[in-house]
Design a protein around this ligand. Structure first.
Ligand code: UDP
Ligand code: MG
Length: 314
């Protein structure tokens, strides 16, 4: 069983009324776990009194740390900053809007002790608008299909991570929803527990319909990167070869008719198509080779490894 330090990472963007309530309910839970702990708040460029509220909390509890962003960089960036600065062996993330319940933290940790690297909360009974719930159901189903990772609720930020799992994650955009997918692709074990969810009492949600589009595009990029980042030539090259071969076959057929049946090429649209296919096919192939070289350069940088070792026994 793990007894190392715990870090709670909490992004906050314009959540002034929520901060005192949150700290008040979180502190006793953390004390009861009787482990070393810290609470790392990320003030994501709030324009209200969130930062002052956080500083007030810090006066009474030196375990509270505040990372203040210069401007609003978004929840994913805030989580990434939290991961970098957290000192704990286990990192717990949650929202600051009182929609997650600190009482669920011990459950996450208990589950983690069953030998999981990441434990995700699942808001089985969500307290959000019907539209949000329906859309989220659809989006979660779609994500499970595309990523092959199959936790129920990728929108729930209440999660526990082992430090090493998040140590070298490249997070940007709206990618925090796909952290479990990214981690399961790397071979980390992902568990799930049902957690509570409350309706928002103070402040407003920070997201609108635009996140649907951004989230969808991020999903495509994340998945494409996972499938083909190692060998982009596999996808570009396959397209290229197929197009070129079909183009050449059509061209050969037309050439045959020209030579032996004296059918003129001048008024045959197929001829243009075959040339186009060969040219595009070769382009695809070349793009694939270039992409492959770029990936090699990328992996050559900063010692990026294409494997992860769980442990070495010697
Ligand atoms: N948040 C943030 N930066 C942003 C947007 C949101 O730090 O740009 C925080 C926000 O303060 C909250 C959490 O991320 O603690 C989840 O946001 P929100 O409650 O608005 O999302 P919802 O619950 O509606 O999905
Ligand atoms: Mg919320």
């Amino acid at each position: 069983m793990n007894t190392g330090m715990l870090s709670v990472v909490i992004p906050a963007y314009n959540e002034q009324e929520n901060i005192p309530h949150l700290v008040k309910s979180l502190e006793p839970v953390m004390e009861k776990l009787s482990r070393e702990y810290e609470i790392v708040f990320i003030d994501d460029g709030s324009t209200d009194n969130t930062f002052n509220a956080l500083k007030d909390m810090r006066k009474n509890n030196s375990r509270i740390k505040i990372i203040k962003f210069r401007k609003n960089f978004g929840q994913t960036a805030a989580l990434a900053a939290g991961f970098t600065h957290a000192k704990g062996d286990v990192i717990i993330t949650m929202d600051s809007d009182l929609q997650n319940d600190p009482e669920d933290i011990p459950k996450l940790i208990e589950k983690m002790n069953e030998d999981y690297d990441v434990v995700c909360g699942w808001r089985a009974e969500r307290k959000d608008s019907i539209f949000k719930k329906l859309f989220s159901k659809f989006a979660n189903g779609f994500r499970r299909k595309i990523t092959g990772e199959n936790i129920h609720d990728s929108g729930c930020t209440l999660r526990a991570y082992k430090k090493e799992a998040v140590a070298d994650l490249d997070l940007y955009g709206e990618m925090h929803r796909y952290i479990p997918a990214l981690l399961s692709w790397k071979g980390y074990k992902i568990g799930e527990v049902i957690v509570q969810h409350h309706a928002r009492k103070f402040g407003k949600t920070k997201y609108s319909w635009q996140r649907i589009i951004k989230g969808f595009l991020d999903l495509l990029v994340v998945t494409f990167w996972q499938r083909y980042s190692a060998r982009p030539i596999h996808i570009f090259g396959s397209f290229g070869i197929i197009l070129t071969l079909v183009g050449m076959a059509i061209g050969g057929y037309l050439g045959f008719q020209r030579l032996f049946h004296k059918i003129s090429l001048g008024d045959r649209p197929l001829f243009t198509l075959s040339i186009l296919m060969v040219v595009i096919g070769i382009q695809f192939f070349m793009s694939g080779i270039l992409a492959d070289i770029m990936v090699k350069v990328y992996h050559g940088q900063n010692d990026k490894k294409n494997y992860l070792i769980e442990r070495i026994e010697e």
